[in-house]
Design a binder for this molecule. Structure first.
Ligand SMILES: Cc1ncc(COP(=O)(O)OP(=O)(O)O)c(N)n1
Ligand code: 3NM
Ligand code: MG
Length: 198
């Protein structure tokens, strides 16, 4: 299965209601502060909306709930891996995307045979505090050589204007949050993303 090249990340299912009808085909729900029952409702609606639109939903962090709700994909970072049961994720048939930021993290990720590898932050991000300031777009070429056929996601400070260069040097997929959510017309921005990701 090949993944769409534009990979927006949202913190609420209302964004999926707005953007799936525009043609988004790969999307992550990254929900950090929420009660368990709200989380279950959000993921259930996200799962059903994505299925109705022929899109792929990736659940960030909440791998147990993703298994329980029969979702298809989970994204985990390195700290998540310290406690996640990857064997359980695999035996439930879920696909797994992993974050990486340096050589050791990439080696650890590749040992787990991921379904995509994300490298970030390519540019500085305002979304969250990180130990890494910016990797630089050229690092994508090195990472792509190392991951081979595994899809490579570029994340962190990505924008419509920055996406073409990331694709050119090795990214298979480009992911973004604030370039869309802080835009004055998010739907227009999503359409611009879809155009540069064709
Ligand atoms: C596509 C993608 N790449 C990286 C991340 C970051 O995951 P993680 O390091 O676990 O940090 P949080 O997003 O959980 O704060 C991601 N979510 N998606
Ligand atoms: C959630 C996340 N993970 C990153 C990583 O490098 O692992 S960068 C990032 C934030 C992405 O948001 P924006 O597109 O607004 O910069
Ligand atoms: Mg995480």
């Amino acid at each position: 299965m090949s993944l769409h090249r534009f990979y927006p990340i949202f913190d609420d299912v209302s964004w999926l209601r707005r953007t799936l009808p525009l043609g988004v085909k790969l999307v992550q729900l990254r929900i950090k502060e929420c009660s368990q029952s709200q989380l279950r409702d959000q993921l259930t609606e996200g799962r059903d909306l994505c299925r109705a639109h022929g899109a792929t939903l990736v659940v960030n962090d909440h791998w147990e709930l993703a298994i329980e709700l029969a979702c298809d994909w989970v994204h985990l970072g390195q700290e998540d891996l310290d406690t996640a049961d990857v064997a359980a994720i695999r035996s439930a048939g879920l696909k797994l995307g992993l974050s990486t930021h340096d050589d050791a993290e990439l080696r650890r990720a590749l040992d787990l045979d991921p379904d995509y590898v994300a490298l970030g932050p390519i540019y500085p991000t305002i979304l969250k505090k990180m130990r890494w300031h910016q990797q630089g777009v050229d690092k994508l070429t090195d990472w792509k050589a190392r991951v081979g056929k595994i899809p490579l996601v570029a994340i962190g400070g990505m924008s419509v204007e920055r996406a073409p260069a990331a694709f050119e040097v090795g990214a298979d997929i480009v992911s973004a949050v604030t370039d869309i959510t802080l835009h004055e017309e998010p739907e227009v921005r999503v359409q611009q993303w879809l155009a540069v990701s064709k």
